[in-house]
Design a protein around this ligand. Sequence first.
Ligand code: ZN
Length: 491
Amino acid sequence: MPGLIDAHVHVEFSERFPLHDQPELSAAQLRQEMAERALRMLRSGITTARDLGGRNYAALGLRDAIRKGECLGPRLLCAGQPLTVPRGHCHQWGGEAGSLEEALAVVDRQVENRVDWIKVMATGGMRTPGTNVEEAAFSVHDLKEVVARATAKSLAVAAHAHGAQGVVHAVQAGCRTVEHCTWIAKAGQWGCVDASTVEAMARQGIAVAPTAHANWRSKPMGHRNYTRMCSALQQLRAAGIQLLASSDAGAIPGLPHDALHAGIQVLAEMARMTPVEALKAATSASAAVLGLEAECGRLIPRLSADFLVVAGNPTEDLGALGRPALVVVEGRRVEPLAPPPPWPKVARQSRVKKFIYVSAIMANGKNLGDEVTESDVYKNWNNFGSVLEKKLAAEEYIKKSGLDYTIIRPVPMSNDFPRDVGGIYFAKPDSLRLRDSDVGKKISRDDVGLAVLDAIFNPKASRGTFELVGVAGAPPTPRDQWWEVKDGQKA
Ligand SMILES: [Zn+2]
């Protein structure tokens, strides 16, 4: 089958850290990390990806290095710095504009830096605190001017839009793709679809990259919004709007860049697509939307030899996408990603004797972490809920590992915001491996979560026994409510 296309990624950023709390790396380190990520993407079967933004045009450097054959990775289309309003979504990346004049200057700067797409933040974003995801960030008039300036340079515009009003503006302005398209309105409610806008999208051939990714399996947006998003996607599909396989990898803590294959299944389930439709959304149809139909996306003569062989029949079972047997990009064969080695084996080889796994400090309570705002959207949005799936998987692994283990879950794990357990503070020095952990220092859930994942999935780096000690403050969960699991049973 043709190689996969991920229509929305951020290759610059690691899933091991929150989007706006990435470690400061030297240019050489960053280049190396990005090259490693690109290779993993390729080895998972992704032969093309559209990068929708970052700092300092780092992704463009990677794009060019891949084009020149200096390193192996997917063909990249890059948007450079997204245009955003002052203090708007991802303003940290340098694309802020306070007026139309400044907005056009940002577009011009992207063109000068040889971007392939223009990205506009048409609403606030969940991962930039203090931004408003419900309101439109730009007027239709200004967005139209931005689209005109981009069009004059033969570039299409991708609009990030969560709020329904932002989607409406992006469509009226003629943006080529709408990213996320969650149709948020009315105090955080997803899927508030505007029927006339859907009609306009279909008429104008505007595609949607819903960034339905692998970790949406655990419904981080909550059951209700998940269901509403499913209806919205089904409505778009019924109207004939092209949905694109898209992960937003790099912006989602806990979501690796090589998990598109699982995200395609999530998209298919949510939008009720047939396997063939879902495959097109990740290959030929995506290539057409991205302007690459004469280059890749299909297995026909004269197009780039980008393809993968999978174990199974993906037109019947999309799960086969997770079993690449051969990956070829531009005629070059690359080693497909092997399934991860059995975790207990790795742990034993690393002489891990006992795991004490503190599982629940990442529980989905509201007001946890440091990204809380007064907005209902944030209260109802569990930023790091995507980690929940990994957490549950980790517990399962531990139970089946044959290793001595203790699992501590101070509060129930669920998506239903069980209770407010407040902030998390260190109780012990150096208890959070590799991270600054002075006693009494407040830490974020994601730091804890990522350290746990590190210990679980990269046990070689740990020193035999991994003990994580963080205590919940304000107010702590009473100890008598903690419980352990031994031999698969609650002890
Ligand atoms: Zn993104």
